[in-house]
Structure formats: C-alpha cells, structure tokens
Ligand binder design. Sequence first.
Ligand code: ZN
Length: 302
Amino acid sequence: MAVPSIAFVEVGPRDGLQNERETIATGDKIKLIERAIAAGAKRIEVTSFVNPKRVPQMADAEAVCAALPDRADVTFVGLVMNARGAERAIATGRIDQLGAVAVATDRFAIANQGQTSDGSVEAARTIIAMARAAGLTGQATIAAAFGCPFEGEVGEARVVAMARRLAEAGPVEIALADTIGVGNPAHVARLVARVREAIDPLPVRVHFHNTRNTGLANVWAAVEAGASVVDGSLGGLGGCPFAPGAAGNVPSEDVIYMLERAGIGTGMDLEQLIAGSIWLSAVIGRKLPGMVAQAPRFPQAA
Ligand code: ZN
C-alpha cells in the first residue's frame, strides 16, 4: 500500500466527553484542546451546539468557544444538528468549520435528532450552506453508516446515495461513522471505496467506535481503501447518548501508534498524546480504554 500520510481529527472534547455523567469543567475542556494542539492536532472537534437538556455535557459550548486558544493554524469544528445550532456556532465567531450529521436510518435519526433519515440529510445540507454563507467550511458525517442500533443492517447503497446528496451541498469532506461499533474491515473497505468513488474528488473521513474491538482494524482497512482523514478520541473516551451500548471512539494514541509505525504520516506527536491520555485519565478519574498509554514505550527512548 502506498499511503504516505493521513490527516487526523481529535474529537475528544466533543464525542469523547459528551457521554460523561460528571460535568467536566470548561477549563479542563480547554486544557484537553490545548493538549491536542500540543500533540500536533490541526483539526479539533471542540464542542457541539445542541439542546443542553439532551446533552448536558455540552451546555458550555459558547464558554468553550470564548476560551479557545488563538490558533489560526488549527481548525476548530463545532458539531450542529440543525439551523439553530449552526446560528449559535457561527455567532461565537470562533468556530471555523460546522460539522453536520445525517443518520442512515429513520429510527436512529428520530432518536438522535428528531427527524427522518432524509430529513437529516436535508438539515445537513442546510447547515453546510449556512457555514459557507458565513465564510466557514462545512463537513458532513453519515452516522450509523455500518449498522443501526434500532434497525440493524444498513444497506451500502443507501449510504452511497446519502453521500452523493450531501456532497452536492459543498462540504470539505464526507465522513462515514460507525456510531455503534459494529463494522468489520471488509465492510469498511467496501463502503469507503464506494463512497470515495461516488464523491470524488472530495475526501472520505472515517469515525470509528471500538464497541466490539474492531476499531483499529477498521481504521487500517479504511486508510487502505483511500480514506484520507481519521477521527480519534484521546484515551478512547466516548459514546453516544442516543445509541444504547455505544462505547468509546478509537483512542487517538493507539491510532497514531499504529499508523506511524506502519510508515503513514499523521503529523501527530505520540509522546504528547500519551502524556495527554494519562492527564485525561486523572481528570476523568478512571482508567481509559486506550492501550498504548498503558504499555511500555516502543521503541524505548534512547
Ligand atoms: Zn462518535
């Protein structure tokens, strides 16, 4: 395989933290963002602009944005579900990119954002258009692209059709998300290749949860199939409040260890990620799922 490099997106401050029961202080969220930047992250999902009654952990979205470090070289992403969220994100003046979510099945779309799958695609298109009109960029994630917690199997043709429709709105990329961590590498390779062809030349980003321990294998399959952007969450924190049994994202440090050791550049500093993961574990008050931070260093420091 000849993949020289991928781009990495740290989603810990949003996807990683959103499922935590204990409120994480805004200051700690900012420290997490600063640690991600210190580790080389050029794109960070910093918060989501959603109903605080539904996702209390993200109630401080505006406060997080007000405290973001001044870094013109880092793209700060705000996740939004509807026009109201897009307006809030744009109004902060600190968000560079709006992340929209379209859900592949009706039942999950209704649970996640109160609309049908088709409705979620149209909402995502509106969000991307609003981002562009405001001088920002937009991107779209297809959630439950590999399986749905309520409807089970998700047809590949459905996901490809959604990606085509979303691509018409002018996003910077389309992401395939395995929200409930049911994907396997063969499925991932097939779907990434199909979507990539459907939206060419737009890049495909991938977002995996490690619910069934297939996360890293799925990252590898996706990169080999041409996905050029990979999401990860420091320590492997994460989950979805609206998907029963959803576990954490693939751990950033484990993804970076695997790719860098395989000769694929990520622009990330593994030592900084490991330090960040250890710090985050102390903030959260429990051991995190990521394994590289808990293992002896390899190769050993000279
Ligand atoms: Zn996720």
